[in-house]
Design a protein around this ligand. Structure first.
Ligand SMILES: [Zn+2]
Length: 389
């Protein structure tokens, strides 16, 4: 497997103006125009016309690839409902409830998200692209025959399976506030795919999975890793978990390709999670992944404050593109978001740590999780228990 190419077009941003043709509905927390807002900010910061940067129109996934994970009956139902003029629902398939509405064109919308990730994987393995970022990817909750958590098709699973079919080994790292349950489930018995998820604890938070004892089964035992965060975990907790588990596991696994889900619903001001990270965590994780120097398929994910999504993914893309950006938002973008009701003026959050009591609870929970993982997981991979990072 090649390492990063140094050619002049080695970073790809995947986006489409067609995203704007779809909507989950006015009341739904998933706002599709967050992708447009992120793309606007990336453009305002001058990060689209840089040496080594390619823009790729997001394609729809070939339907033939979907059955590598999804059940044909589920796919046929999703497609049929999507084209129907009257509202349809099938709760066994998770379709048509408040969470996963059947909106017009939901099938095509899902094919775009999946197609972007499949294309990102192809660019990385066939064209020597260093990192391909599919803004509209990372639908990590979709199951083989059930929509879940605003996810209808699991783009990461379909793309990772295409990499495994080429004989490649893949590390999937998911830093969204929610457990990457659909991806874990797909590869739970495989030693070809290492899945790592850092997320708010599933004790009382969707999808209520992702505990340290979920370590895989059969050949896959030891290749499923979960670090649940207590409420109010902050940037310091994230960094400890990342250095304590993510980096040593990737180093030991030595993947051919890295796939990451970069959900930003971990931010303190996100309306759905109770974590307290800042844009500093997004920048830290992005830099750390860059330093691994592994061909990289980078995906978006959750994030229910549109301006947080735009700011975080613009910072992420700036790091990928190797460009410095100021702390302030560009004036034209400030006036754009003001019309949407946001008063942000800063691109980066100020550093902000949790309250001492909250931090102590979060630290205790993290130490308990790390102790389980280090005892049960690290010996399987020959990781030195005494090694400190
Ligand atoms: Zn999420």
């Amino acid at each position: 497997m090649q390492r990063f190419s140094t050619d002049s077009a080695s970073r790809a941003l995947i986006y489409s103006h067609r995203f704007q043709d779809f909507s989950f509905g006015q009341e739904h927390p998933f706002k599709i125009d967050r992708y447009w807002l992120a793309y606007e900010l990336i453009g305002e910061l001058g990060l689209l016309c840089l040496p080594g940067v390619r823009q790729i129109e997001c394609p729809m996934a070939p339907e033939s690839m979907l059955t590598s994970f999804h059940c044909p009956d589920y796919l046929a139902t999703l497609k049929e409902f999507s084209a129907d003029q009257t509202p349809r629902a099938n709760f066994r398939y998770g379709l048509g409830d408040v969470e996963n509405p059947v909106f017009p064109g939901v099938y095509e919308w899902s094919l775009l998200g999946c197609g972007g990730t499949v294309e990102a994987a192809r660019l990385v393995v066939e064209e020597g692209v260093r990192v391909a970022f599919n803004l509209a990817g990372g639908y990590h909750h979709a199951h083989a025959a059930r929509a879940s958590g605003f996810s209808y098709l699991n783009d990461a699973v379909v793309a990772i399976q295409s990499l495994v079919d080429r004989g490649l080994r893949v590390a999937y790292v998911d830093i969204d506030a929610h457990h990457g349950d659909g991806v874990q489930e797909a590869f739970y018995s495989s030693d070809r795919v290492l899945t790592i998820s850092l997320h708010e604890t599933g004790d009382d938070f969707f999808p209520n999975t992702g505990f340290p004892h979920e370590l895989g089964e059969g050949d896959g035992y030891g290749f499923s890793v979960n670090v649940p965060f207590a409420r109010h975990s902050d940037d310091l907790i994230f960094e400890q978990a990342f250095r304590g588990v993510v980096l040593p596991m990737i180093e030991a696994f030595r993947p051919d390709v890295l796939v990451t889900q970069m959900g930003v619903d971990t931010l303190r001001t996100d309306p759905l999670s109770r974590l307290e990270m800042t844009t500093g965590t997004i920048e830290f994780a992005t830099r750390s992944f860059c330093e691994l120097d592994i061909p990289w398929v980078c995906l978006g994910g959750g994030g229910y404050c549109k301006v947080n999504v735009a700011r975080s993914w613009a910072l992420l893309w700036a790091i990928l593109a190797g460009a410095a950006v100021p702390d302030e938002l560009p004036p034209r973008f400030v006036s754009t978001i003001r019309k949407l009701g946001y008063d942000n003026t800063l691109l980066r959050d100020h550093p902000r740590l949790a309250q001492p009591n909250d931090f102590a609870r979060a630290q205790g929970a993290l130490e308990r999780s790390l102790a389980i993982l280090k005892r049960r997981l690290f010996p399987l991979h020959g990781i030195d228990l005494e090694a400190e990072r």
